[in-house]
Every structure is written in structure tokens, then in C-alpha cells.
Design a protein around this ligand. Structure first.
Ligand code: OOG
Ligand code: MG
Length: 259
């Protein structure tokens, strides 16, 4: 039987040292992969990080096709992953970072496991454009579904833009992600399960099933609406979401500066 604690330790070290690790050679079940993820996060909490919410993965066709995984997954977000809007991220912190356009929700109420889209909508405090920086700890950014789940679903960092009223309709709004002033990914929020609200419904269910239901104040990332783009030192990334505004950040240059 696989030593799940040891796998968590290995993935935690790979993240902290920004060094790729081979794909898991042990065959583990999806439940065991989530158990590794839970232990991995226990290690981060023990170092002082605080739980902030969850991120959904593979909620769009574009993401499933890019990574060859067709199952919806989720991961945990901590305050240590949050980057200030307009901020600078340090390229050296990552193994091979990528960025993808997302929608973020923040909750004003707890969300129990089974909710309708209307119930989920009623629990939203605000909605924002978001950029997720994913960074697989595995060699060549290649993984099976159990590999990626154990690796906290490639969670690495995220930027949240300005918050808008919960009544803002984000069922089908344009999303444009640019790198260094060039359009790289153009899509619609409808690519996320037909409506990002469905991702919030799924998040509530999956988090509750794991015994960690969504709480008031939690942030939920709905999942990438398009394929992700590789990041390089010095890149400036900007996401504009129709009706929600802009989220952006800069990657440090190789020498650690941002200009
Ligand atoms: C896994 C994480 C997927 C999303 O938004 O679909 C994800 C990966 O692509 O490395 O964050
Ligand atoms: Mg994502």
C-alpha cells in the first residue's frame, strides 16, 4: 500500500523548493489522492497558512483537452497563494508556471452540500475576474487525474480583480487574457460548465463531501475558461472580463526585478 503521508511530504517539498518530482509511481485511488492533498494542506496550515476556499479544475472543455483529463477536480486555496491585484510574482517560486482566466466568487453565507443554482447565487457576496497561476509539481507538467489531485490540483497562486455586486450576470460574458499586450486566450464564462454558477454548486457539493463545507468568507475559483498559457520572466498578464473589469500581475525578471 502506498504511504500517503510520504507522498504528501514529497509533493510539499517539490512545491517549497520549486523542483519537479516524477509522477507518482504508486497506483492510488481518487479517494487516496484527496487524502494526500489533505495531508499536504495540513503541512501548509502547520507552517501558518490559512484556508481561504477552494478552486475547481477541469470545468471547461478547453482545460480538459489541454491536459487530457476529463474529470472535474478541486483543490484547496490558502492565503499564502493570494497575490495582490497588480502585484509582482517571483518566477523563482515556481517549477513551470502557467496562467489561466477564471471567475472568483466570495461567499456571504455558508453553503451546505446540496444547493440549487439559485441557492448558490443567494450565498454570493461578490464576483470578480481572477487569474490562476497553476504550477504542476510533476515533470513536464504531465499527470494522471490521481497525480494532479494529490498535488492540490496544481494550485499555486491566484490574483483576484475588483469585486462586483453579486447580481452581476456572469453566465456568458467575454473573457480576454493578454500577455505583454497581445491577446492570447479569448473565451466566454459560459465555457465553465455552461455557467460558472454551476461550478459553485459543484464546489459546495465536493467540499461538503470532503467534510470541509464552504463557509461564509470563502473564495471559490470556478476553473479556467480557456487553455492555460506558459509564463516567462518579465511577463505582464492582464485579464479583462466583460462587466467585471480587469485583473493583472507581472512576473519578476530573472534577476528578481519587475521593470
Ligand atoms: C490542473 C488544474 C486545473 C482548472 O482551472 O481547470 C485547473 C492543471 O491544469 O494543472 O486549475
Ligand atoms: Mg484553474
Amino acid at each position: 500500500m502506498a504511504d500517503l503521508q510520504a507522498l504528501a511530504e514529497r509533493l510539499d517539498d517539490a512545491q517549497r523548493l520549486a523542483r519537479a518530482t516524477p509522477q507518482l509511481e504508486d497506483r492510488i485511488s481518487i479517494a487516496e489522492a484527496y487524502e494526500v492533498q489533505r495531508s499536504l494542506l495540513q503541512r501548509r496550515y502547520a507552517r501558518g497558512e490559512r484556508r481561504l476556499g477552494i478552486k475547481m479544475g477541469f470545468t471547461s472543455r478547453a482545460k480538459m483537452v489541454q491536459m487530457g483529463v476529463s474529470e472535474m477536480i478541486w483543490g484547496r486555496l490558502t492565503d499564502g497563494m493570494l497575490i495582490e491585484d497588480g502585484g509582482v510574482v517571483d518566477f523563482c517560486r515556481y517549477v513551470h508556471p502557467r496562467v489561466e482566466p477564471e471567475i472568483a466568487f466570495i461567499l456571504k453565507r455558508d453553503l451546505p452540500g446540496t444547493v440549487t443554482p439559485a441557492g448558490a447565487a443567494a450565498a454570493i457576496e461578490a464576483i470578480a475576474p481572477a487569474l490562476e497561476i497553476i504550477d504542476s509539481r510533476y515533470k513536464d507538467f504531465k499527470f494522471s487525474v490521481t497525480d494532479v489531485v494529490a498535488d492540490n490540483s496544481s494550485s499555486s497562486s491566484f490574483v483576484v480583480g475588483p469585486w462586483s455586486a453579486p447580481s452581476t450576470n456572469v453566465s456568458n460574458v467575454g473573457m480576454i487574457m493578454s500577455l505583454n499586450g497581445q491577446f492570447k486566450q479569448i473565451g466566454s464564462s459560459a465555457a465553465i460548465l455552461g455557467n460558472p454558477l454551476r461550478s459553485l454548486v459543484a464546489a459546495a457539493r465536493l467540499a461538503a463531501q470532503a467534510g470541509e463545507p464552504l463557509l461564509a468568507g470563502d473564495v471559490v475559483l470556478a476553473g479556467g475558461a480557456t487553455a492555460a498559457e506558459a509564463l516567462a520572466p518579465g511577463d505582464h498578464v492582464r485579464l479583462e472580463v466583460q462587466g467585471l473589469g480587469i485583473a493583472e500581475f507581472t512576473v519578476s525578471r530573472a534577476d528578481g526585478t519587475s521593470t
